[in-house]
Design a protein around this ligand. Structure first.
Ligand code: 5RP
Length: 223
C-alpha cells in the first residue's frame, strides 16, 4: 500500500468519529484533504452528515466551500466535539509536531475548541521521541533572528522557511537537531519567547486518538 493509499484509508476512517449533524473542526494537509474528500462523498448521500465546519486554514476552507460545506468562524463556536487533523510526528503519548503546512497557529486555536483531537496519519509519522521532523515555529518577522539565536544557543539549527508567509502574515522558523523528551515543557518554554506566535509542539492540545494508516489497515491508538 502506498503512503497516499494509507492517507485515504485514515481520511475515510475519521468520518466514524464525526457525529451526524454536528459542526466538525478541520485541520490542514494532504491527509486532511482525504478526510475532506470522504466528507464530500458522504454529503452526497446524506446532506446533513455535518451542518458545518470550523477550518484551520485558507486551503481547507476553500476545499470545504467547494463541497458546499458551511464554514463557520472559530469565534462563533464555543466548543466542538471533534477536531480532525494530521501531524508531522506523533509519539506514543499522543504529543505531536505540527506545522509542516505552516497552519499551526490556526490549527492549535481550533484544536483548543475541541473535546477530542482525532489525529490521522500514516505509520511513518509514529516516533518514540519527537524531533526528527524539523520543528516549525510561527514567528513575527522582526523576532525571527533572535528566535534563531535562542535555538542555536540550545545546540539546534534554525532557519526561516523560504518563500512562506503564514495565513496570519508571519514567518515560519524550522528547527532541526532537537530531541524533544519533554514536549509539554518545551511547548511552554518556547511559547514564552517574545515574538513567538505558536510553537508546533502539540502537547497541551495533544491527540486523544490517532488513526494510523498501515499496510494492514487502520491501527487505532488511544491516549
Ligand atoms: C499543517 C500540518 C499538517 O497536519 C502536517 O504537516 C501533516 O501534513 P500531511 O497530512 O500533508 O502529511 O500540521 O500545518
Amino acid at each position: 500500500m502506498t503512503q497516499d493509499e494509507m492517507k485515504t484509508l485514515v481520511g475515510q476512517a475519521a468520518l466514524d468519529y464525526v457525529t451526524a449533524g454536528s459542526v466538525v473542526g478541520v485541520g490542514t494537509g494532504s491527509t486532511v484533504d482525504k478526510f475532506i474528500d470522504a466528507l464530500g462523498a458522504a454529503l452526497k448521500t446524506d446532506p446533513q452528515r455535518v451542518v458545518g465546519a470550523v477550518s484551520s486554514s485558507v486551503r481547507s476552507t476553500e476545499r470545504l466551500l467547494a463541497l458546499g460545506v458551511k464554514v463557520l468562524p472559530a469565534e462563533s463556536v464555543s466548543s466542538l466535539a471533534v477536531y480532525i487533523d494530521g501531524a508531522d510526528e506523533i509519539n506514543h503519548q499522543g504529543d505531536m509536531i505540527k506545522g509542516g503546512g505552516a497552519a499551526l497557529t490556526r490549527e492549535k486555536i481550533v484544536a483548543d475548541l475541541a473535546e477530542r483531537f482525532v489525529c490521522i496519519a500514516d505509520e511513518t509519522k509514529l516516533v518514540d521521541t519527537l524531533g526528527r521532523f524539523p520543528l516549525p515555529v510561527e514567528v513575527i518577522p522582526m523576532a525571527s533572528a533572535q528566535v534563531i539565536r535562542r535555538f542555536t544557543a540550545m545546540g539546534a539549527q534554525a532557519k526561516v522557511r523560504e518563500g512562506v508567509t503564514t495565513d496570519n502574515g508571519n514567518v515560519i522558523v524550522d528547527v532541526t537537531g532537537l530531541s524533544i523528551t519533554n514536549p509539554a515543557q518545551m511547548e511552554s518554554d518556547v511559547n514564552q519567547w517574545p515574538g513567538v506566535v505558536t510553537v508546533g509542539i502539540f502537547a497541551r492540545n495533544r491527540a486523544s486518538v490517532c488513526l494510523l494508516g498501515t499496510p494492514n489497515g487502520v491501527r487505532t491508538l488511544t491516549f
